[in-house]
Design a protein around this ligand. Structure first.
Ligand SMILES: Cc1ncc(COP(=O)(O)O)c(C=O)c1O
Length: 380
């Protein structure tokens, strides 16, 4: 049985054209971009071209792109690098309760080191309240980090409004755009964003590669020590084949952005229509706000995540949740807890379904049929 993959927010299958570029680069252009000979120069050319592609995709300059090992490293570098380099201006950082752990755990590390961190609440619709952000800003605030799209719910945060609010403030503005990139148009100048995180494996690129955009005025310390790569901001021999594949994935994502958004919207509609037909009780988390089309987070009253995911898997449905299942107990999702409060059943009975390259109309409908049958059985 070929399982139906509905977990594209976790990771995506590599696009065949991207795979070709990765393999070709590994086979034919294995030089070290720092070498001065022809092998090195060819690898450097590939890297330079990829950097231009990445920069163009967000309206930035190629000098402002730092290739990293993915979204986690980019988030870590943004938070820790900015905090360390701007200690003299203050020790206050603002982020949200619903960030990815790459941001949250970096913020917690900084707290242990004496920084003061404010974790903004979210409303029941999943978005932050700009007024709370405004009220939290102090003369000591050096960084605000708010994700563009939440990875569990697909809810879009008011990034443009935050950018405008921070324009007159010393605090730099970082956004984790991992789940937005390739689906929403992004221009760092228009959004007034100073730092922005992107990951390749969420857009049908290879794993282990991403980038951090950093505005040229931002002071940031490197978190690794070594060579002079990435303008000394991220030393280490570059992942040339991965970066070349990432650039190809960026090109494909940019070309088909509108088309894919429409297609995922269609899949989501088909999926939900089919669920309605199965006469089960369910509700969508974050319905009241703007969301990306490829993620839908559904609460199934009377069920629990562990049961649901195990039964889905046995029936060949690959989905996931933000709740962590450990040794028979379910840790509630931190995102849904922030939206609905602690003990709300939604935090332990919700599943994230996310659409993408591995889907078509037929497998989306089949998956919904199976989900409906399983939920019916489990909640009888
Ligand atoms: C919003 C968000 N940020 C960061 C990451 C981490 O990215 P990576 O897997 O490339 O380290 C993820 C991955 O799940 C994510 O969804």
């Amino acid at each position: 049985m070929q399982a139906i993959y509905l977990d594209h927010a976790a990771t995506t299958p590599i696009h065949p054209d991207v795979l070709k570029v990765v393999v070709e680069t590994m086979e034919e252009h294995f030089g070290n971009p720092s070498s001065v000979h022809s092998y090195g120069r060819k690898a450097r050319q590939i890297l330079d071209k990829a950097r231009m592609t990445a920069a163009k995709s967000i309206g930035a300059s190629d000098k402002d792109i730092i290739f990293t090992s993915g979204g986690t490293e980019a988030d870590n570098l943004a938070l820790i690098g900015v905090a360390e380099a701007n200690k003299n201006k203050g020790n206050h950082i603002i982020t949200t309760k619903i960030e990815h752990h790459a941001t949250l755990h970096a913020a917690e590390k900084l707290e242990k080191e004496g920084y003061h961190v404010t974790y903004l609440d979210v409303q029941e619709n999943g978005t932050i309240d700009i007024e709370q952000l405004k009220a939290s800003l102090t003369d000591d605030t050096i960084l605000v980090s708010v994700m563009m799209v939440n990875n569990e719910t697909g809810v879009i945060q008011p990034i443009e409004a935050i950018g405008q609010l921070l324009e007159q403030h010393q605090a730099y503005f970082h956004t984790d755009a991992v789940q937005a990139y390739g689906l929403l148009p992004i221009n760092v100048k228009e959004l007034k964003v100073d730092l922005l995180t992107v990951s390749s494996h969420k857009i049908n690129g290879p794993k282990g590669v991403g980038f951090l955009y950093v505005h040229p005025d931002v002071k940031m310390t490197a978190q690794q020590y070594g060579g002079e790569q990435e303008r000394k901001r991220r030393p280490g021999t570059e992942n040339v084949a991965g970066i070349a594949g990432f650039a190809k994935a960026i090109e494909i994502a940019a070309e088909k952005q509108q088309e894919r958004m429409q297609q995922y919207k269609h899949y989501r509609t088909l999926f939900l229509e089919q669920l309605e037909k199965s006469a089960i009780d369910f509700s969508i988390n974050g319905t009241e706000s703007e969301r990306v089309a490829n993620i839908v987070n559904i609460s199934f009253p009377g069920a629990n995540v562990e049961q649901l995911l195990t039964n889905f898997d046995l029936s060949g449905i690959a989905a996931s949740s933000g709740s962590a299942c450990t040794a028979g107990s379910v840790e509630p999702s931190h995102v849904l807890t922030a939206m609905f409060s602690e003990n709300n059943p939604c935090t332990t009975n919700s599943i994230r379904f996310s659409f993408g390259l591995a889907n078509n109309e037929e497998n989306v409908v089949t998956a919904a049929e199976k989900v409906g049958q399983i939920v019916q059985r489990l909640t009888k």
